[in-house]
Design a protein around this ligand. Sequence first.
Ligand SMILES: [Zn+2]
Length: 310
Amino acid sequence: MTSITRRTAMTAGAALPFAAAAPRLASAGGHAAAGPKTNTFSLGGFTVSTLLAGTRTVTDDPQGIFGMNVSEEEFDTVSRNNFISAEAAQFFFTPTIVNTGNETVLFDTGLNAGGIAAAVEAAGSSAEDVDVVVITHMHGDHIGGLAGDDGTPTFPNARYVTGQAEFDHWSGTDNENFANKVAPLAEKMEFIGDGGSVASGITGMAAFGHTPGHMVYMLESDGEQMVIMADSTNHYVWSLAYPDWEVRFDMDKEAAAATRRRLLGMLAADRIPMIGYHMPFPAMGYVAEGGPDGAAFHYVPATYQFMMDT
Ligand SMILES: [Zn+2]
């Protein structure tokens, strides 16, 4: 298959984010997870769980999603040298729940209400226990679980935190997901900017580009840190190792690349672990500078670091 045919194979869905692409492809040979998987560990005094709210195989032209501005040869070489297919990708959707000791804080809500409620329960909490829901940005795979199809809020006792710039952007559009899932909760929402606080030890950081008001969150407890990177990097090789590769879902591609470089550089320099919403489960790891085939960074998946008390 030549570069031209692969590019030409891009469908009319070219501008759609993960949320729209994923369900459409579920019938194309994807495998649903048998049930929610969770990964729970301590970060200082916090208890953190990553929740696998969904995963599926996407066979619709990965290069057209993750490597829009590179040659087919480069995309194929990098994929082969990282032992992954250039013809298909596994998508993961991974909300995170943090118990600070005072509050239970959920970051993003997956694709739908049933999925996130089951994932939260699998982690030992219930929807009623969630005190704060943080929305990193307003693509459908992050806001879908805020309410059921009938509009019933999934988290009856929660307050909500999201970026002011993100809310302002989507409220100026006629986006159906925003109208159905976010707008009805607006009165319960607190809007923050760069440096805004969610709870003690949880701080928002502007990470614009993927969407106009996309934000990431620094967790800090007892001297330990971790960053919830949301959709700053959408693939652990194609986006994380090559931050300048254009991603179809990044609304401002130049800003998204600059944000990736800035955040990944910080994580590498300060040796801070990260959770990435679309990283392979359990979706947490480290970032190191450099790598093969001209990589700017490489992803080091977490292994047993968080099983130890030292
Ligand atoms: Zn996403």
